[in-house]
Design a protein around this ligand. Structure first.
Ligand code: SF4
Length: 277
């Protein structure tokens, strides 16, 4: 499809999932995602509150910035993928609707924080629109692609933000600090390996690279792209061992807490954790 067309704007944007539904042990063993693996291995008790009990808690404002940026980028990427032109003001309208849609007391704003956060989120998007390394006419392989891979012991599931032409997996991130490339590769290795395994299963091809597009929330926002090579056999083994450890822990219902200054400082289940025995 080479002709440009105009998007017919939807009446309302697709809202995000609001709260987790409690999951049975059988469900948690049948499938696994990168976010579940990350939560389980950072703190098993947090995993229990979040996934097994499905406790709904107010989310931090930073998370709402990330969700809104992700949603708006999805619309922008979909339009580019379909070679559709975006009517003036439409993207901002969708951004506003999405932002407002999640305001039913679910977000933990500090005093006077919301307006500033909203302006920050829009500034991040404008930075991305003007600095994206992806040429406007570059064809994409997919946007928000649901993928899965049968690992034998369980099924890996996930959604890839964008797959660029030639098998370049793109993941969008919002962050408060300029990422260090080596640390970014280390911190996101599990998620990138999950996507690589699922991409290979879905296409029969090896990804050429994974790009982390970090939108950095500075006074003057900036975009930092970290390009990682294709997953190595060693990284694949690390992922599979991590999945095995998850399956073993969930099977045994091992929910021991792992307190740490960083994780506990922003944990939404702090009060439940203090009461837990
Ligand atoms: S407060 Fe800390 S130890 Fe407790 S559930 Fe949260 S992250 Fe885990």
């Amino acid at each position: 499809m080479n002709d440009t067309a105009t998007i017919v704007p939807p009446a309302v944007p697709v809202p995000p999932a609001r709260a987790n539904k409690p999951k049975s042990i059988e469900e948690l063993l049948a499938t696994v995602s990168a976010s579940r693996l990350n939560t389980f291995h950072s703190c098993r008790l947090k995993f229990y509150f979040n996934y097994v009990l499905g406790l709904a808690r107010a989310k931090p404002g930073a998370q709402h910035i990330g969700s809104t940026v992700h949603f708006t980028l999805k619309l922008w990427n979909l339009a580019r993928w379909r070679k559709q032109s975006i009517p003036d003001g439409w993207l901002r309208e969708q951004f506003d609707l999405f932002w407002a849609d999640d305001q039913e007391g679910q977000i933990r704003w500090e005093q006077g924080e919301e307006d500033e956060s909203k302006a920050k989120a829009w500034a991040l998007l404008n930075t991305y629109f003007s600095q994206s390394p992806i040429p406007p006419n570059e064809p994409a392989e997919g946007v928000e692609v649901s993928v899965e891979a049968d690992l034998g012991t369980t099924k890996l599931i996930g959604i890839i933000d964008l797959v660029r032409s030639g098998g370049r997996i793109v993941e969008f991130k919002t962050t408060g600090q300029t990422p260090n490339p080596e640390k970014a590769e280390h911190i996101h290795e599990l998620q990138c390996s999950c996507y690589a395994v699922m991409y290979r299963e879905a296409t029969g091809q090896t990804e050429t690279a994974t790009e982390l597009h970090h939108l950095v929330k500075l006074k003057t926002p900036k975009l930092v792209v970290t390009t990682l090579p294709a997953m190595t056999p060693k990284q694949q083994t690390r992922l599979l061992k991590t999945v095995d450890s998850y399956l073993d822990g969930v099977q045994r219902q091992d929910w021991v807490p792992s307190p740490s200054p960083m994780a506990c400082a922003c944990c939404e289940f702090f009060n439940e954790c203090r009461r837990w025995s």
